[in-house]
Design a protein around this ligand. Structure first.
Ligand code: SF4
Length: 231
């Protein structure tokens, strides 16, 4: 229908226009199919085949809004679509084998991971934490110290953006909920971000948790072999 209906009208304007229209449509369909195939093969192989960094941008800017639209049409929740987007992004980042020096890798955490009753201000400087162990900030500081990577806590998107501008990281390991991770991944492009969903045993935005092993895995995915400290 997309092809046939305009063809009828275009023929009335100029006999050459239907051919031009068919050609443009064929190129668009070819690009869509090759992009889709490239995406599938890159994910299946887990290695960069061709332009996977560009694919990441395409997924963030074009495919994600399309996924949301499709999700709405087929009754898939926004949360599930966002989880798929984060997974897809992580696969593409890992397949591109980005390597960075430890001092250019940033672990960005949400404020809600800090114990709700802790009165220490860690947003300006996470190292203010006294290491009491009531929340995972202590473990995350120890982990980032071990690999000599940067760590920061953000209370929201605006502060997260400021931290990124100030630290100028080459890569980011971000922990957050679906909403903040999807917008963070989109806003940070072209900086590669591995997103790790937080766990919310007490509901959203309070005393959230994260799987430390997943954070460690993501750090190791980014570090140059020579930058890794022996455990
Ligand atoms: S580990 Fe640090 S941030 Fe968490 S409750 Fe203890 S002092 Fe506060």
């Amino acid at each position: 229908m997309l092809w046939y209906v305009p063809m009828v009208g275009l023929r009335n304007i100029h006999p050459f226009l239907p051919l031009l229209f068919t050609l443009i449509l064929a190129i668009l369909v070819f690009l869509m199919f090759s992009g889709g195939l490239l995406l599938v093969f890159t994910i299946l192989r887990g290695k960069d085949i061709f332009l996977s960094h560009k694919l990441r941008g395409l997924v963030a800017k074009v495919l994600f809004p399309f996924m949301i639209l499709m999700g709405r049409l087929f009754g898939v929740s926004k949360e599930k679509v966002k989880q798929s987007f984060i997974e897809l992004n992580n696969h593409l980042v890992r397949s591109n084998t980005h390597r960075t020096r430890p001092n250019r890798l940033l672990v960005l955490l949400p404020h809600c991971i800090q114990d709700f009753e802790c009165e220490i201000k860690i947003t300006g400087n996470v190292k203010n934490c006294k290491g009491c162990g009531k929340c995972e900030i202590k473990d995350l500081i120890e982990l980032t110290d071990q690999y000599q990577v940067k760590i920061a806590v953000a209370t929201g998107g605006t502060l997260a953006r400021r931290i990124i501008v100030e630290n100028r990281p080459e890569a980011i390991v971000a922990v957050a909920c679906e909403l903040d991770l999807t917008s963070g991944i989109q806003d940070s492009y072209p900086i590669p971000v591995i997103g790790i969903l937080n766990e919310r045993p007490h509901g959203p935005c309070i005393n959230t948790k994260v799987d430390i092993q997943k954070v460690k895995g993501a750090i190791l995915d980014f570090l140059e072999p020579q930058g890794v400290t022996t455990i």
